[in-house]
Design a binder for this molecule. Structure first.
Ligand SMILES: Nc1nc2c(c(=O)[nH]1)N[C@H]1C(S)=C(S)[C@@H](COP(=O)(O)OP(=O)(O)OC[C@H]3O[C@@H](n4cnc5c(=O)[nH]c(N)nc54)[C@H](O)[C@@H]3O)O[C@H]1N2
Ligand SMILES: Nc1nc2c(c(=O)[nH]1)N[C@H]1C(S)=C(S)[C@@H](COP(=O)(O)OP(=O)(O)OC[C@H]3O[C@@H](n4cnc5c(=O)[nH]c(N)nc54)[C@H](O)[C@@H]3O)O[C@H]1N2
Ligand code: SF4
Ligand SMILES: [Mo]
Length: 741
């Protein structure tokens, strides 16, 4: 019997990258209140409306708690044993008949916030042996991963603005006031931006919409969607042209400055202005301000990644940071030093293998592999194109590509044609309705938590851990065990495998590889733990602040992090070059060949006329991609899936606020509600993604009440950044016509 006494629990919020520390009031097994945790060393009590919705998520009657198996086209509830047996009956024969590549995997965004999925997904992929690995990364940040990989030697070495010490911040294609930051873990961006401006710092935003971030900044410039590369090249050109290049402390650790200088010579601001829609003198002024500020950083996000020049933009942003002496400097763009799981703190400091891409190509389009993945925009064609290596089975893990990837209708059709599909998910939604078996993930409140990725690009260094807040139903395995059981099925070990023993074996293999002669001692020191907890302790203890299993007694370990109220603060960011570099040269590679070569596309595109109307995406405070529209506290309020249109466009097209318009592209159309808005750049329409919850056979009652429309239904799955494989989600040409009524 749970007691009804009120208790307090602390939990890192898993709903966005800000990773706020929350304080939950619990009575019995019920959450009765959620607020920010004031003593959290990292987020200091900040919370947004989504954090408070964790209660709704936990209690959502539509959240799946029992596996579902499709029988004669209808889902029926099943026990866990039945569900795993069904998979064991159907998966191995497909693998035997068609080989490993016949199974594809798609892993989605929430996995970055669920340690069980993040640490054990690779175990499943390895067991399957498939090369058809897809994820939301190629709908999001792959360009930045590639540019940072090439420049700094590792896929997760992103420089982030040191906002608490910065005087000038140039933000392109990001809206942290709403998103709470991305590839930059910065809870309470609003408060930090306010504090920065209060001490005289300035923020300038480049965005085709006057966003919430732009409205609170000191300056804002509209930009033609997809044209940031022209602006950035013009700025880099200006630095050389006006002799503003100052590498500062970085000088001896940078390769390729002359190559960059030569490459940008032709891209003067005067020749870039028309193409990007920003005047030459503004481009020059931005470059001068950046160079003239003692502490400054350029930061770009979704808008700069989800376009044809995603990798070039991501690269040029850090080229600007480096050439103005702001990379790796206080108040500039700095690297976090994560206490655990970071490749840029492991191995020999200052040198490494760097990154490689294109070690294989996708079967149908020949898209190069990046970071072991293929572009998710290639998934439908891999399913629909017959021949050896055709994808006939699919695992989706915390992903909803039918709504989140371009040309959802095609993908939906492709999923229907699969021979077998398994989803690990918490909802019966647009994607999982195609599955043959759905294995429910757990409520975050039932899971222990440690952020594996986000401390690697946080505004400050810290170590925080959360115990499960509420008990788990004994029959419901944690997500890491689900993945291990699936791995066992794929390897022919059977669904009845002893998962704890399997975990032990796989962990021991990892430790032998990483700890060498110390492996046995390490394994015995960790023998009291299992699963993710054991991996966290191992990573913390061997990490840069770790106790090294006793060799550095003052160092940290999981036990110390657990008992620290609000976590352990590890201080502000410190300069880390050259120690953090993992390039073969041991230098920052400012001019990677692959990127210089890609400038030929830019050159060829210079005279491209602007389409009359293009669409961009929009994130909203009470939303999280496609799956939070079923939570009552977030779903309430005005209808949000509206198309923002500038008054001049609305006038020209005969559109009225509140009326509907047909938006079409590539032969597909959606009918969206219009909202006339001065926020928009003329010629640009903004529509949020992740809507369109009116598909049959779903179980998301709240979301279905106001389904909205799926922006990705009309986007083009054949358009991608050729280097990173990232989808083009922004700046796509559309037509818009008023609908009667
Ligand atoms: N047009 C357009 N498209 C976009 C974007 C855009 O800006 N514009 N943004 C892109 C970006 S940045 C991203 S990250 C992707 C996201 O792409 P996805 O990751 O495919 O989409 P999500 O909406 O995050 O879907 C998450 C899925 O995980 C499930 N889920 C939630 N919590 C859990 C859990 O704890 N366990 C398990 N097992 N499942 C869970 C949900 O039910 C849902 O099915 O969308 C991309 N798509
Ligand atoms: N409340 C809320 N928070 C979220 C999410 C959410 O859905 N809701 N999603 C989370 C996820 S998965 C992510 S990846 C992050 C994303 O975090 P952000 O990148 O900060 O968020 P977005 O709102 O996608 O910001 C992209 C901006 O780019 C602009 N833009 C579009 N095209 C262009 C262009 O060509 N050039 C330029 N310069 N700008 C352009 C858009 O108008 C938009 O303002 O947010 C995360 N946080
Ligand atoms: S900002 Fe993000 S991490 Fe913080 S409470 Fe909101 S959703 Fe959670
Ligand atoms: Mo994302």
């Amino acid at each position: 019997m749970p007691s009804n006494a009120e208790t307090i629990a602390h939990r890192i919020c898993p709903l966005c990258e800000a990773c706020c520390g929350l304080e939950l009031k619990i009575s019995g097994n019920k959450v009765i209140g959620i607020r920010g945790h004031d003593a959290d060393v990292f987020s200091h009590g900040y919370i947004c409306p989504k954090g408070a919705s964790l209660k709704d998520l936990h209690e959502d009657p539509d959240r799946l708690r029992t596996p579902l198996i499709k029988r004669d086209g209808k889902f029926v509830e099943a026990s866990w044993d039945e569900a795993f047996s069904e998979i064991e009956r159907r998966l191995p024969p497909l693998l035997q008949a068609h080989g490993a590549d016949t199974v594809a995997t798609v892993i989605g965004n929430p996995s970055a916030h669920k340690i069980g999925l993040l640490l054990y997904f690779s175990r499943l992929v390895r067991a399957l042996g498939t090369r058809n690995v897809f994820s939301a990364s190629t709908l999001d940040q792959m360009p930045k991963q590639l540019s940072c990989g090439l420049m700094f030697g590792h896929w997760l070495s992103f420089p982030v603005p040191d906002i608490e010490r910065s005087d000038f911040l140039l933000i392109l294609g990001a809206n942290p006031m709403v998103s709470n930051g991305s590839l930059w873990t910065v809870p309470d961006f609003r408060g930090k931006a306010k504090a920065m401006r209060a001490r005289g710092g300035k923020i300038v935003v480049i965005d085709p919409r006057r966003t919430e971030t732009a409205a609170a900044a000191d300056g804002h410039h509209f930009i033609r969607p997809g044209a940031d590369v022209f602006l950035l090249l013009g700025m880099v050109h200006t630095l050389f042209d006006e002799k503003l290049v100052r590498l500062g402390a970085l000088a001896e650790y940078v390769n390729g400055v002359e190559l960059v200088e030569a490459a940008v010579r032709e891209f003067s601001p005067e020749s870039m202005a028309a193409r990007c829609g920003i005047e030459a003198n503004v481009i020059r002024t931005l470059a001068r301000r950046l160079a003239g500020s003692a502490r400054a950083a350029v930061y770009g996000r979704m808008g700069t990644c989800t376009q044809e020049y995603g990798t070039l933009c991501s690269w040029l942003i850090d080229v600007l940071n480096a050439l103005t002496g702001h990379l790796d400097q206080e108040g500039g763009a700095m690297f976090a030093k994560a206490p655990a799981f970071a490749a840029n703190t492991a191995g020999k400091p200052g040198i490494g293998k760097g990154v490689a891409t294109g070690r294989r190509k996708s079967r149908v389009s020949g898209a190069p592999e990046v970071m072991g993945e293929l572009p998710i925009v290639c998934l439908a064609e891999e399913i629909q194109t017959p021949g050896p290596g055709q994808v006939k089975a699919l695992f989706t893990i915390a992903g909803n590509p039918v709504l989140s990837a371009p040309n959802g209708p095609r993908l939906s059709g492709a999923l229907d044609s699969l021979e077998f599909m398994v989803s690990i998910d918490i909802y019966l939604n647009e994607t999982t309705r195609h599955a043959d078996v759905i294995l429910p993930g757990s409520s975050p409140l039932e899971d222990l938590h440690y952020d594996v990725a986000f401390p690697q690009f946080s505004y400050r260094n810290y170590a925080r851990y959360s115990d499960p807040v509420l008990p788990r139903d004994d029959a419901h395995p944690p997500e890491w065990q689900i993945l291990l059981r699936l791995a066992a099925i794929a390897q022919g070990k059977g669904a009845q495998v002893d998962v704890l023993k399997l975990d032990q074996e796989l962990f021991a293999e990892d430790v032998k590889r990483m700890a060498g002669e110390h492996a046995d001692a390490v394994l015995s020191a960790l023998a009291h733990l299992n699963g993710p907890e054991r991996q966290i302790d191992f990573a913390l203890r061997t990490g840069p602040y770790g106790d090294q299993f006793g060799r550095t007694p003052d160092g940290i370990n999981l036990a110390k992090v657990k008992v620290a109220p609000g976590g352990i603060d590890l201080g502000p960011l410190q300069p880390r070059i050259p120690e953090m570099l993992r390039t073969p040269s041991g230098k920052v590679e400012l001019a990677p060949e692959m990127l210089l070569a890609d400038l030929s596309r830019v050159r060829a595109d210079l005279a491209q006329p602007a389409p009359a109307l293009v669409v961009v995406g929009r994130r909203q405070v009470r939303s999280g991609n496609s799956w939070m529209h079923n939570l009552p506290t977030l779903a309430k309020g005005p209808f949000r899936c509206t198309a923002l249109v500038h008054p001049t466009d609305a006038h020209r097209l005969g559109l009225q606020s509140g009326s509907k318009a047909r938006i079409s592209s590539g032969g597909r159309a959606i009918d969206a509600q219009v909202e006339i808005s001065e926020e928009m750049m003329p010629g640009v329409v903004s529509l949020p993604h992740g809507w369109g919850h009116d598909m049959p056979d779903m179980r998301m009652a709240v979301a279905a009440e106001r389904p909205g429309v799926n922006l990705n239904a009309i986007l083009d799955e054949t358009r991608r950044d050729p280097l990173s494989g990232n989808a083009v989600l922004s700046g796509v040409a559309i037509e818009m016509t008023a609908l009667p009524g």
